[in-house]
Design a binder for this molecule. Structure first.
Ligand code: DP6
Length: 356
């Protein structure tokens, strides 16, 4: 049969890295649009370390949109997936109507097949949804020929995903519009700004977290007065201080703010009713070890932060990495945790990239 180009699937593969918040997002003011109650700030990891890889194919012969996550087919009708698909297609249609030649108008009506894999445990509090939705939105945009600001669409997949659309140090400005048009991610400093900064991921557990971020933060918004206080009176000032510390590459200031913010986030989880426990006894041991280590040297050389799970993310400067790895390995030898406790040394670097 003669090959018809129209029937050939168009295939694009991209990768997106995880981001680690140092000023945490916790709580929404609008569930559907995913609008937060406070701004947040994160560091994007090097995508060779913790990343999602997504392939999107479109073809005239596809009957329906479908998605596979880590090899298993998932429900494409999930509202957040639908929001991302709808918004990308809407943007593509708008651009085509505005006469943008890069928009593939024949493919616009085609269905998509999406295949996404993580190279790290999914839903274990290692920001898998952030990399996942950032990658999905970016790959769909490439398929449909859409360019420009996409963090507002990634945000509608998962709040923290908007920050994975950029490399380096990224803030998610909460915005105040009801339609969310001003609730976007913005790069504060590029990946090249602070090359000495290092990140260690200490995997205490690769199991799925018992309370997901989405429902956890809903309960916190409903029940925690500490969260209200944090969003209104702590985070606005902390964002200014954190951006200043990053710009000045002031590690002790950055580290102290990071640890305080992680601690306050987990305090709001405890203040939630019923309380949410994300930290384990291993997490508590890591916290104590970091404070003991800093006290020993009389300066802040290392910081921890924990998201919605027990795994620690450690920040330090390059010159201290080998000693810290040794100290961690001494107190948490590989056999007590099944496998290696330290899962690589990702550096804050690359933004999204297209692989094929
Ligand atoms: C603790 O972005 O996963 O990691 O918007 O409901 O998908 P949804 O939540 P999600 O929450 C992340 C929470 C956090 C802190 C952070 O990354 O800022």
């Amino acid at each position: 049969m003669p090959e018809n180009n129209m029937d050939k699937p168009k295939i694009v593969t991209c990768t997106a890295p995880v981001n680690i918040a140092v000023v945490k997002y916790w709580g929404k003011r609008n569930e559907e649009l995913i609008l937060p109650i406070n701004s947040s700030l994160s560091v994007t990891l090097h995508q060779d370390q913790l990343k999602t890889t997504t392939t999107v194919a479109t073809s005239r012969s596809f009957q329906e949109d479908r998605i596979w996550l880590n090899g298993k087919e998932e429900d494409i009708t999930h509202p957040r997936l639908q929001s991302c698909l709808r918004e990308i297609r809407r943007l593509a249609r708008k651009r085509r109507n505005d006469g943008d030649p890069s928009v593939d108008s024949t493919g616009l009506s085609h269905k998509v097949h999406i295949c996404s894999v993580n190279n790290f445990p999914t839903a274990a509090g290692l920001a898998s949804s952030a990399a996942g939705f950032a990658c999905l939105v970016y790959t769909l945009a490439r398929v449909f020929g859409v360019e420009g600001e996409l963090s507002g669409i990634a945000r509608q997949g998962s709040g923290s995903a908007c920050r994975s659309m950029y490399g380096g140090f990224v803030q998610w400005i909460m915005g105040d519009k009801d339609d969310g048009k001003d609730s976007l991610a913005q790069q504060v400093e590029p990946q090249t700004h602070w090359p000495e900064l290092r990140i260690l991921v200490l995997v205490a557990s690769a199991e799925r977290k018992p309370v997901g971020s989405t429902s956890g933060m809903q309960t916190s918004v409903q029940t925690s007065c500490l969260l209200k206080h944090r969003a209104q009176s702590v985070v606005p000032e902390r964002m200014v201080e954190m951006i200043d510390a990053v710009r000045r590459k002031d590690f002790p200031a950055f580290a102290e703010l990071t640890m305080k913010d992680s601690n306050q986030f987990h305090a709001t989880c405890l203040d939630t009713y019923p309380p949410i426990f994300y930290l384990s006894s291993v997490s508590h041991q890591v916290i104590s070890l970091v404070h003991r280590y800093n006290k020993h040297y009389g300066e802040t050389r290392v910081a921890y932060t924990f998201d919605a799970g027990p795994n620690a993310v450690i920040f330090t400067l390059e010159q201290h990495v080998s000693e810290i790895v040794q100290v961690v390995q001494h107190f948490f030898p590989p056999d007590t945790n099944g496998e290696d406790f330290i899962k690589g040394l990702p550096v804050s670097r690359a933004p999204l990239s297209e692989e094929l």
